[in-house]
Design a protein around this ligand. Structure first.
Ligand code: TRP
Length: 337
């Protein structure tokens, strides 16, 4: 890349609504780390999104800081990536309101995440849960990113963001860059250890399905030993996601943490049953997560350092975000402050 060429902008966020999992690491953060030098990166803790579902305040605060410490421990260098807490950059709320007025009731009604979450939280179907995608559009459009790396479950929200941006641009001229979703070619989609048909999720009710980044080695090993394998009769380690989703998920994890190909893994465990394979995956995961857990623990104790990171991040993010916000306010007819 030519030195003077401007890097493309990449942005993503994770809600601190649950503890980060091995899935968050292998499916998202590890890829962010690898792309650090190639892009101009913004990564944030989406705490404002988290309160669309009731949260325990102390736990939300703890998880937000823990998430930041874990980002850094996973290798996201705060000098090269703008790491910030969403609620520290008021432009998110401000643009979120404006975009609410350019997002249609019908569009929001079609969001599958809204339908899922309202089914799960029938006693708290609040306005924020419904208009969540307008805030997410603001999160994104403020930074004029080229790419938004998200999992499949968030593709619909990025599509909506594109529609809102195009609608706004159509009325007011080119205000927003219309971003592309970025689905990494590699990067494991890690499934639950207790139900390989569903994604490993930080909000899973069954703690045995997920491996958390801060989890103790003995708990990780126990969960892998108990991981659901398949009821097929061959009982051998072979990659076949349709027929053998449990074993294939464990192979994907093992491959992601060791760098071995599926063929190499099949050869390594040739003639051995699941009984040898499952603890081996557990051990490999323990060794991958050990330095991350230790480093995150160390960073978490250094409150002054953490604070300096999120303050600098909010300042850098605000600078960029406010530029876009000022443009938008002017376009819609607000008097300049
Ligand atoms: N909605 C995303 C999720 O639940 C989190 C998120 C909020 C996000 N704002 C974003 C992701 C902007 C990418 C870009 O996973």
């Amino acid at each position: 890349m030519v030195e003077t060429e401007k890097k493309k902008v990449m942005l993503s966020g994770i809600q601190p609504s649950g503890d980060l999992t091995l899935g968050s690491y292998l499916g998202a953060i590890k890829n962010w780390v690898e792309r650090t030098d190639e892009f101009d990166n913004y990564y944030f803790m989406a705490d404002m999104h988290s309160i669309t579902v009731r949260q325990d305040p102390a736990a939300l605060r703890r998880r937000t800081l823990e998430q930041l410490a874990q980002y850094i421990a996973c290798g996201l260098d705060p000098e090269k990536n703008t790491l910030f807490i969403q609620s520290h950059v008021p432009a998110h709320a401000e643009l979120g309101w404006v975009l609410n007025c350019y997002t249609m009731f019908g569009e929001l009604s079609r969001m599958t995440q809204f339908k899922d979450k309202s089914a799960k939280n029938a006693d708290n179907i609040n306005g924020g849960l419904f208009t969540y995608p307008a805030l997410m559009a603001a999160d994104i459009l403020l930074y004029q990113p080229d790419y938004v790396p998200v999992g499949n479950d968030q593709k619909q929200h990025v599509e909506l963001t594109r529609n809102v941006a195009e609608r706004f641009n159509h009325i007011y001229g080119d205000v927003f860059k219309v971003p592309e979703p970025y689905i990494p070619k590699v990067g494991a989609r890690v499934m639950s250890l207790s139900d390989p048909a569903s994604k490993m999720s930080k909000s899973d009710k069954d703690p045995n399905g997920s491996i958390y980044l801060m989890e103790k080695p003995e708990d990780i090993l126990r969960k892998f030993k108990r991981a659901v394998t398949d009821s097929d009769t061959e009982k051998c380690v072979r990659y076949a996601p349709e027929e053998k989703p449990g074993v294939s998920n464990l192979m994907a994890i093992y491959s992601a943490v060791t760098g071995k190909t599926f063929a190499e893994i099949e050869a390594e465990f040739d003639g051995q049953g699941y009984g040898a394979f499952k603890p081996a995956v557990g051990e490999a995961v323990v060794e991958t997560l050990r330095p991350i857990r230790e480093e995150a623990g160390r960073i978490l104790k250094d409150k002054a350092y953490l604070e300096s990171v999120y303050k600098a991040g909010a300042e850098k993010a605000s600078y960029v975000a406010n530029k876009t916000l000022r443009k938008v306010y002017k376009k819609v007819g607000f008097v300049a402050r």
